[in-house]
Design a protein around this ligand. Structure first.
Ligand code: ATP
Length: 460
């Protein structure tokens, strides 16, 4: 990662160009809550659409789902979230601040403390003098205790324990509880997957690093149901598939790596988990996506708690079994941050500094911009007609103000891969210039061929 790219720079850039704003900013801002501005919302939609296209539309063994955020509370008992979806909380008695104990230890000592018990964490904090309250340097901490990350709410007008409900902390459970519905109503056969995108909520103790960790975020999860015994091969398959999705969309391979979770630290449902980690600016290598072998844990738990039979009947062999599940799970917010960090470039071209977002055309918020070189006729009208003709295909931008150099620079910063310019020669030769954001090369294309040429260029 070049040192010129820092998280502060990315945050300031996102605000300035309308990618991401602090939530409720006019009221002083709400910590760790963010809003996506005009360019940000386009980019995030592109990420989600690319995922859906690749995971659902391009496959015959996949279907989609959109389940509710608020589910029956028993779902979370069965999944283990009510009892075990905890982070370890430690409170500093001097500053009254609360921290995630494993992060506090790791930041001060480099020791990987994730997955340790409250007692083990308390002992490390007591004994290791390097661990201090980051706010006041104090070392007076209360014993570490588990803190459940689920957001609570009440269904209906009465706030009684029977009406207690949760905002989902993951989208996956909506898929498991609909396994039988999907089997009965679509013609899927194992191996097959169900994919879903949507909001999830976690009351993170220490959210931070911009949109990397927030309390309200989106997830894109896919549960792939396979015959037990074939799960390990499918797991490998999905790790490669997901790795390639990123590199095919232009993420630099040197900034992406696989991380194997040690056996003793696996979640209660997992047989094996491999994360794809990205080398985020300032933050360093961190989880981008998790790809877990969830075994038959969830389906068996829901069968037990609901009393429903969630077995699969294989018509070819006459066998019944509870499928194993491979789950690639990721947040589009984290993907967006990775793409932004990866694409952000400050460079010098022809003796001039420029900031450019080298985003893959499929991810770029605006696919192309149309410029008339001059506001004079008929140049202006030709450009306007071209814009009107193309604008329904994708997000297109029309700009007729300022020098052409300034217009290019604005689009470079927004990550727009192609700029189409109508000039005085166009009047005679009926051709326009398409300029490539990264190579700066320009090609002359007949107006009638612009749509097809851009289509080919955008699909990469
Ligand atoms: P972490 O260890 O970073 O808290 P996790 O292992 O708890 O993440 P999972 O439960 O595996 O995360 O969730 C799947 C994916 O959802 C993550 O890889 C990440 O992309 C995304 N995600 C999880 N928590 C958040 C969050 N608080 N903010 C944004 N994205 C998140």
């Amino acid at each position: 990662m070049p040192e010129t790219v820092t998280m502060d720079k990315i945050v300031a850039f996102c605000k300035r160009r309308g990618f991401v704003y602090q939530s409720s900013e006019i009221y002083g801002g709400l910590r760790s809550s963010y809003d996506y501005g005009p360019l940000g919302v386009e980019m995030k939609r592109n990420i989600k659409e690319e995922w859906w296209r690749r995971m659902v539309h391009m496959r015959e063994d996949m279907v989609g789902l959109d389940s509710a955020i608020i589910m029956h509370p028993k779902v979370w008992e069965a999944s283990g979230h009510t009892s075990t979806f905890n982070d370890m909380l430690v409170e500093s008695r001097t500053s009254k601040r609360r921290y995630r104990a494993d992060h506090l230890i790791e930041d001060a000592t480099g020791i990987d403390a994730e997955g340790l018990s409250p007692e083990e964490l308390t002992k490390i904090i007591e004994e290791d003098e390097r661990i201090k309250d980051p706010v006041d340097g104090g070392r007076d901490f209360a014993p570490v205790r588990p803190f459940n990350l689920m957001f609570e709410t009440y269904m209906g007008p009465v706030k009684t324990p029977e009406n207690l409900a949760y905002l989902r902390p993951e989208t996956a459970q909506g898929i498991f509880v609909n396994f039988k519905n999907v089997l009965q109503t679509s013609r899927v056969k194992v191996p097959f997957g169900i994919a879903q995108q949507g909001k999830s909520f976690r009351n993170e103790i220490t959210p931070g690093n911009f949109i990397f960790r927030t309390r309200e975020f989106e997830q894109m999860e896919m549960e792939f149901f396979v015959e037990p015994g074939t799960d390990e091969t499918w797991h490998e398959y999905w790790i490669d598939e997901r790795f390639n999705w990123y590199t095919n969309l232009g993420l630099k391979e040197e900034n992406l790596r696989r991380y194997e979770h040690p056996k003793e630290k696996l979640s209660h449902y997992s047989k094996r988990t491999v994360d794809l980690e990205y080398n985020y600016a300032t933050v360093g290598w961190s989880e981008l996506e998790g790809i877990a072998n969830r075994t038959d844990f969830d389906l068996k738990q829901h069968a037990k708690y609901s009393g429903e039979n969630l077995e699969y009947f294989d018509q070819a062999t006459g066998e019944r079994y509870v499928p194993y599940v491979i789950e690639p799970a990721v947040g589009p917010d984290r993907i967006m941050l990775a793409f932004l960090v990866d694409a952000y470039t400050e460079e010098e071209v022809n003796g001039e500094e420029r900031t450019v977002l080298k985003l893959h055309p499929r991810i770029a918020p605006t696919k192309a911009a149309v410029f008339p070189l001059s506001k004079k006729e008929p140049v202006w009208t030709i450009a306007r007609e071209l814009y009107d003709d193309l604008k329904g295909d994708y997000r297109l931008f029309y700009d007729d103000s300022g020098s052409i150099g300034r217009r290019y620079r604005r689009q470079d910063e927004a990550g727009t891969p192609f700029c189409v310019t109508v000039d005085f020669d166009t009047i005679e030769d009926k051709k326009v210039t398409i300029r490539d954001r990264d190579t700066l090369e320009q090609e002359r294309v007949p107006i009638a061929a612009v749509r097809d040429r851009l289509k080919a260029l955008i699909s990469g």
